[in-house]
Design a protein around this ligand. Structure first.
Ligand SMILES: [Zn+2]
Ligand SMILES: [Zn+2]
Length: 336
């Protein structure tokens, strides 16, 4: 790599493939840290950005918001991290601190928030900038690629799990990167996990059972017992009525994704008796700190498929087609 330049996979226009580009390495401004990226997870949200399903991305854009790397340089007024420290960059990249949501401690709903790999450049490249206040130290002895999915799949999954309340019998719809982490946390917390996968995906059922699910079945199937709560990770609106039918009175259905196809009409009786449907949006820094400390304690292990940076389009295609076990992670080995 020539001095002062970096490789990145760049989105010029939604619905176009990413292109490998050589760009100048950015300079950290006041309060910013320059990260030498080692690994960046590929999240379903990246797919929604690339596919034009989320409005107004920064363009051109470097996607990626599950970023693990080392501090390469610090701007002025950076005191949280020293050079060489391993840190992670999550989806929440900046908040205003002044709107009514920020003031109420709900920065995940900030009206002016900026998001890594969407309205800020992210981690599909050799270097990334982050506001030091939104980066996290990475604990535990996870390899860089293994730590990457913790930063969104794990973190948003953890927030979704909290929103599911005290549920003992927990359904997970869509057994990909997020569910494979949440299942382990749920089990650590003494819950029973029921996994729902694409009809006929026997490999996904076996994967879920291997991670401790007490039952794994097709997404349209009724579980053997009524659930106390369900989390929907697949971006499929038709799963909302299916999950409502599977939860007991008083149960909650949590929609964990940023985008979902339309939810079909359903009879009121499946919502009646105090069932709740809710979404989960983004994360707070508190979620991040809690979850990243909990993951190694709970023995969370991630299943990853490392792929070279230049294969980002192939990684996105495999995620789109549901052909992944666990999480795809781009790695920044020096050879392009
Ligand atoms: Zn705000
Ligand atoms: Zn994500």
């Amino acid at each position: 790599m020539s001095e002062g330049s970096m490789r990145a996979m760049v989105l010029a226009e939604a619905r176009e493939p990413l292109r490998l580009a050589r760009l100048p390495v950015p300079e950290p401004g006041p309060g910013q840290v320059l990260v030498r990226v080692r690994a960046c997870g590929v999240c379903r949200t990246d797919l929604h950005v690339v596919d034009g399903e989320l409005p107004d991305p920064k363009l051109p854009l470097i996607p990626g918001h599950e970023v693990v790397g080392h501090v390469a340089a610090c701007g002025r007024e950076v005191e949280r991290f020293a050079e060489g420290r391993r840190i992670g960059i999550p989806w929440l990249g900046w908040t205003c601190g002044a709107c009514r949501f920020c003031e109420a401690g709900r920065e995940n709903l900030c009206e002016n928030a900026r998001f890594t790999g969407y309205t800020l450049d992210g981690g599909y490249g050799d270097f990334a900038l982050v506001d030091q206040r939104y980066a996290f130290p990475i604990h535990g002895d996870y390899a860089d690629a293994e730590a990457a999915p913790l930063l969104c799949a794990g973190l948003i999954g953890y927030r979704s799990l909290r929103m599911a309340g005290e549920a003992e019998r927990l359904g997970l719809y869509g057994f990909g990167a997020a569910a494979h982490i949440v299942a382990q946390v749920a089990r650590y917390q003494g819950r029973q996990v029921f996994a729902f996968v694409r009809p006929g995906d026997e490999e996904a059922k076996a994967f879920a059972r291997g991670l401790g699910a007490v039952w794994a079945g097709d997404s349209g199937e009724a579980p053997p017992e009524e659930l106390d709560a369900a989390i929907i990770f697949a971006p499929v609106g038709a799963l909302v009525p299916a999950a409502l039918r599977a939860v007991a009175p008083g149960g909650t259905v949590v929609c964990a994704g940023i985008h979902m196809s339309d939810i079909p009409a359903f009879p009121y009786e499946i919502l009646w008796r105090e069932r709740t449907v809710r979404s989960v949006a983004n994360l707070t820094r508190r979620d991040g700190e809690e979850f990243l400390a909990l993951a190694p304690r709970a023995g969370v292990e991630t299943t990853v498929e490392p792929m070279p940076l230049a294969e980002a389009n192939a990684a996105l295609a495999r995620l789109r087609e549901g052909r992944l076990r666990g999480a795809a992670v781009l790695t920044m080995d020096a050879a392009a």
